[in-house]
Write a protein that binds this ligand. Structure first.
Ligand code: IMP
Length: 432
């Protein structure tokens, strides 16, 4: 039995969905603890593609319990659509596998509208949010007028009063600041009641549910969304998401003690990508960037936007390793680098003529940073069918070893394609 946290170490889209799906084989319970439907996980199982935004990827395995913790912001419309789609695709009822925290906050139409209105107002300075209402939902939570999933269990008059209070604030902002039409209370209220009829049976107090799992010695996998550099505290603020994407938040935002965690795994893509605006020192605007984009299929699962691509950034990764206390990493998409004559890796930044090895907090400094690059010889072979790590081309193994050396931790697996089978597991925390 082991409790494992898996998080993204870059700007999201590291391939977490596949790794979570794979490791779920050994975990009884999968927990999402932050973010919302800004996330997008693509899974390929037996050649069929599945895109999930809110429900943990563990749902694909019928015997697993999937929990959405208090730190997640839930858009019920999306949740119901996802449940519906999964039921149609799998031919089974997935609701009994789900547990939703009564403390999780809701994303309403007014949050989505505010997100979009603010981005419009920011113009060229926009963050490039997913437009899903994530930021405004976390704002409501912190402002202490947010609506929680547990409010759906309250008497109708209580829900009505809370929703009225929230929409009063939101409609004032929409009308007076952004010159937008107000959101209809009656419509949102009716939608909430309709959704409540479906989800109420699976709304529970998650910390007690997790305590019961721990008591039974069940293994728990905590599934992070987005990535370390999009973290609200330590990421490239303000070009970040509005939640804490750190491993430590897995405990706080689901309700387990930090002493219950056995291993923290960081997912590292073999190169770097970023969606939306914000500084990105290793970005490539040339044919190599194009190679990574095309070969890596680097298009957002949630918004369909093309991802910006660049070399692996070890300054950023070393920062992610220390912020999350990583024990190991999962290296994804190594196959995408096949065919490149030379592979470069950023080992430091040059800032105003000086070499720095830390990740700056100020975006002005980060924007002024030029990457200091080391070069490696590439490999030509298609490695996507290799199942044994020792069979990888020598240069590919050298690349992996170099990353291990730089981060001071081992690659617990190497992934060379989207399918479950295309993975070389070198260390499995659930069985060792
Ligand atoms: P928000 O989370 O929609 O507020 O967007 C804030 C920033 O985080 C934008 O740059 C988004 O592109 C980025 N972002 C949010 N979720 C993800 C994700 O799952 N993968 C990659 N980038 C994301």
């Amino acid at each position: 039995m082991a409790n494992v946290i898996l998080i993204g170490t870059q700007w999201g889209d590291e391939g977490k969905g596949k790794i979570v799906d794979l490791l779920t084989e050994w975990a009884e319970v999968v927990v999402r603890f932050q973010g919302g439907n800004n996330a997008g996980h693509t899974l390929v199982i037996d050649g069929q593609r599945y895109a999930l935004h809110l429900i943990p990827s563990g749902i694909m395995r019928p015997e697993k319990i999937c929990i959405i913790g208090s730190g997640v912001v839930i858009d019920l419309k999306i949740l119901l659509e996802e449940i519906d789609l999964l039921q149609k695709q799998s031919g089974r009822d997935v609701l009994p596998q789900l547990i939703l925290s009564d403390e999780a906050h809701l994303i309403l139409e007014s949050h989505r509208r505010l997100d979009q209105a603010r981005e419009k107002q920011r113009g060229t300075a926009k963050i490039g949010t997913t437009g899903r209402g994530i930021g405004p939902a976390y704002e409501s939570k912190m402002a202490r007028w947010g609506l929680r999933l547990g409010d759906l269990l309250a008497p109708e008059a209580v829900l009505e009063a809370r929703l009225k209070n929230l929409l009063e604030q939101h409609n004032l902002m929409l009308e007076k600041i952004y010159n937008e039409a107000p959101v209809s209370f009656a419509k949102v209220f009716a939608e909430l009641k309709e959704a409540a009829a479906i989800v109420c049976p699976v709304i529970k107090k998650v910390p007690y549910e997790l305590a019961r799992c721990l008591e039974k010695n069940e293994s728990i996998l905590f599934e992070g969304a987005q990535g370390t550099l999009l973290d609200i505290d330590h990421g490239t603020y303000p070009f970040v998401t509005s939640s804490s994407t750190m491993a430590a938040n897995a405990c706080a935002s689901s309700g387990v003690g930090v002493t219950d965690i056995d291993e923290v795994i960081g997912v590292v893509k073999a190169y770097t990508t970023r969606v939306g605006s914000g500084p990105f020192p290793v970005e490539l605007d040339d044919e190599i960037g194009e190679h990574l984009s095309v070969r890596g299929g680097e298009v957002g699962t949630t918004t369909g936007r093309p991802r910006r691509c660049g070399w692996l950034d070890l300054v950023a990764l070393r920062y992610a390793a220390l912020l999350n206390g990583l024990n190991s990493f999962a290296l994804t998409k190594l196959d995408v680098l096949s065919g490149l004559e030379t592979i470069k890796v950023c080992t430091g930044y040059r800032l105003h003529g000086k070499i720095i090895e830390y990740f700056p907090s100020s975006i002005e400094d980060l924007e002024a940073c030029e990457p200091v690059l080391s070069e490696f010889a590439g490999w030509d072979e298609d490695i996507s069918a290799i199942l044994d790590y020792d069979q990888l081309p020598e240069n590919a193994r050298k690349y992996v070893s170099y990353i291990e050396e730089q981060l001071g931790i081992k690659a617990m697996l190497v992934s060379v394609g989207p399918d479950r089978e295309q993975t070389m597991i070198r260390h499995n925390p659930f069985v060792e």
